[in-house]
Design a binder for this molecule. Structure first.
Ligand SMILES: Cc1cc2nc3c(=O)[nH]c(=O)nc-3n(C[C@H](O)[C@H](O)[C@H](O)COP(=O)(O)OP(=O)(O)OC[C@H]3O[C@@H](n4cnc5c(N)ncnc54)[C@H](O)[C@@H]3O)c2cc1C
Length: 227
């Protein structure tokens, strides 16, 4: 059971790291896709940080909560500051939508998403992941394109779910790109991470892990945790 928690934390941390490194690259290269990505990451990665600190506290049981046992309670408090001081969730969500409404920024961002699955088709084992990724990309494109025509209240209610969806799609794209890179070298490490990450994203609260999933195999979970 603890392996499930640790592997989930590791994969979410990997997703955040991949996205943050990619955003630094955009900043360095003056790629305007950063105008969409950076506010989206300020919100999503800091939310994941708070979740991660809480999860780490719970993994340690009672010790996790005691402040002189570890720095985790302090980290949890610091994370909530991270969720606020660069702008609250709503404000950052608004920044993402403003950027997506500008055609030049929107096109730059989607060009990046379109580049992540390049060359993926040569690996049949990626077929399901490619289909899923492209389907999400299409939904995101349609949402971004049509957002200006939506009724104001409905539109505002959906800003943060849309940014969550954008973050998940972007991070799937990066896992996919890494998987292609690995498979070219006959290494299936990131293919495993991609499969497990998709299982997390698709797992609803009441859904059980099935025997054909990565999360049913302890050897695979150990590979993720020890990476
Ligand atoms: C430890 C710490 C250090 C800080 N350091 C700095 C610093 O160095 N420099 C600096 O400039 N600031 C700093 N800040 C301030 C920080 O940037 C603000 O706290 C933050 O931007 C939120 O603004 P606020 O506190 O006025 O909240 P408010 O804007 O009053 O927000 C309250 C609630 O209303 C919502 N809300 C507000 N406006 C809207 C809107 N238009 N649409 C939808 N919802 C909305 C928010 O999402 C939030 O839920 C710091 C804050 C903290 C906690």
């Amino acid at each position: 059971m603890v392996a499930k928690n640790l592997a989930t934390m590791k994969l979410k941390q990997m997703a955040a790291t991949l996205c943050v490194f990619q955003s630094w690259r955009y900043v360095q290269e003056k790629n305007i896709a950063e105008d969409v990505l950076v506010p989206a990451l300020k919100y999503t990665v800091s939310v994941h940080g708070s979740w991660m600190a809480r999860e780490a506290i719970l993994v340690l049981g009672g010790n996790g909560i005691i402040m002189d046992f570890s720095i985790l309670p302090r980290l949890m408090n610091d994370n909530i500051i991270n969720e606020t001081w660069e702008g609250t969730h709503n404000i950052l969500g608004d920044h993402v939508m403003k950027a997506l409404r500008r055609p030049k920024l929107r096109d730059a961002f989607f060009r990046e998403l379109d580049s992540f699955d390049a060359g993926a088709e040569q690996f049949p084992q990626l077929e399901a992941a490619i289909r899923y990724y492209r389907d999400r990309k299409q939904q995101l494109k349609e949402y971004a394109r049509d957002s200006g025509s939506k009724e104001k209240n409905l539109f505002e209610m959906n800003i943060l779910p849309m940014v969550d969806f954008l973050y998940e799609t972007f991070s799937i794209g990066l896992f996919l790109r890494e998987a292609v890179c690995d498979l070219r070298k006959n290494d299936d490490t990131f293919f495993l991470f991609l499969q497990a990450y998709l299982e997390i994203l698709n797992r609803k609260a009441d859904q059980m892990v099935s025997a054909d999933q990565v999360f049913s195999r302890m050897d695979k979970l150990e590979k993720i945790i020890n990476y």
